[in-house]
Design a protein around this ligand. Structure first.
Ligand SMILES: [Zn+2]
Length: 392
């Protein structure tokens, strides 16, 4: 308990409310749709400048031509103890031409604009945690930041997922500054996701004249789809959804080709293994003689599993909120994926949805609650100050 220091943080935040909003506006007005690598790099340079001004030594890391640069840096490399990591992504989900129709603005305590919630607001919180801690001359342990350039693109063209895992190891804990939940809950678990495209080939023939010469890819796929769907296990929260199916060309031909796309969601690696193995078996099995089948896995996001160290970190954050009169929290399970999974795989306890609170990310209705910026800067600064009490 360090009430005096946390009170100083609260005073710092109260004295900088306007400045924080100006910085928010400047940040949001930098476009950074994930596909526009050069725009994302401009944001990375802006963040490097901001964090370096606070004493960080940030690097801009090249992750290939299809994504902007990644930002990573540490403040206080000579400080004792394990670092605390603030992580997230710089890129936004909506195309940059939407900026003119949805510019940054504040209405009735809410901020609007691309990325206000997902998740530039969260990065702004981490910047002001650093500023507030510097203002009170905090020097106890290193602070680290790591911001990915292509999370909205699911790291499809880069090795950023592996990079996050390698570079988040050894930290005391991490807060992933993703989209905050409107009710102030923190995410202690998220589902993983795997896409699989399945391709069946048969043989085309005239449906009237040569019916027996044909081999129906659609008939084969129909069998397979029923088996794919049956892999859903609602008790374990595993779902298998055949979201796309395409096949055949005209009604009066036996169809030679059919494909489908599966979206698989799961909470544990065990469930991923179960479904993955079963899909492979279904693909290899023939229901209609003479058909062949291939499949391709796409965009694997491993799950963020609710292990004991995650709950220990949650309880520490909950206690921190209570003791300094900050808004109450509770643990939440979230359906969507995030990079928290890679931090967990590195063995670092992590919580997700730590960003500014709001709703409707990935839409033009996206908004963030301004007051939650201030509350969370205080909350996470207090967690850093009291970090010695977090033990697992
Ligand atoms: Zn996000």
């Amino acid at each position: 308990m360090n009430k005096e220091l946390v009170d100083q943080v609260k005073e710092y935040v109260a004295a900088h409310r306007e400045e924080i909003l100006k910085k928010y506006e400047e940040f949001i007005n930098l476009k950074d749709f994930w596909r526009d690598a050069e725009d994302v790099t401009i944001v990375a340079q802006w963040l490097k400048k901001e964090f370096d001004a606070e004493g960080f030594q940030c690097e801009l890391i090249d992750v290939g031509p299809k994504a902007g640069k990644l930002v990573m840096g540490t403040l206080g490399t000579d400080r004792p103890g394990q670092a605390i990591l603030f992580s997230g992504h710089m890129d936004t989900a909506l195309a940059s031409d939407l900026y003119s129709e949805n510019p940054f603005r504040i209405e009735e305590g809410k901020a609007y604009g691309p990325g206000v919630l997902d998740m530039k607001g969260g990065i702004l919180i981490s910047l002001y945690v650093v500023k507030a801690l510097n203002a009170i001359q905090y020097q106890e342990r290193p602070l680290k930041v790591l911001f990915a350039p292509d999370e909205e693109g699911l790291h499809s063209y880069t090795q950023v997922a592996d990079f996050i895992q390698q570079n988040s190891a050894g930290c005391l804990f991490a807060l992933n500054m993703e989209t905050g939940l409107v009710n102030n809950y923190l995410a202690v678990g998220r589902k993983g996701r795997l896409g699989i495209d399945v391709f069946v080939e048969g043989k085309s023939a005239h449906a009237g004249a040569d019916f027996l010469a044909g081999i129906s890819s659609i008939e084969e796929m129909a069998h397979k789809v029923l088996h794919f769907q049956a892999l859903t296990d609602l008790e374990k929260d595993t779902t298998v959804n055949t979201g796309v199916i395409q096949g055949g060309t005209i009604p009066n031909a036996v169809p030679a080709k059919c494909m489908c796309s599966l979206d698989i969601r799961f909470k544990t690696m065990d469930e991923l293994t179960r479904v993955r193995t079963a899909v492979k078996e279904i693909c290899e099995k023939n229901y209609v003689a003479g058909t062949t089948c291939t499949f391709q896995e796409l965009n694997l996001f491993t799950p963020f599993e609710t292990h004991d160290e995650i709950m220990a970190l949650f309880e520490f954050m909950e206690k921190t909120a209570k003791r300094y009169d900050l808004p109450e929290t509770a643990p939440a399970q979230v359906g969507g994926c995030s990079d928290a999974t890679y931090i967990q795989l590195a063995g670092t306890p992590v919580l997700c949805s730590c960003g500014v609170r709001g709703e409707w990310n990935h839409t033009l209705r996206e908004y963030a609650i301004i007051e939650s910026l201030y509350e969370r800067i205080c909350w996470y600064s207090a967690a850093v100050i009291d970090a010695a009490e977090f033990k697992f």
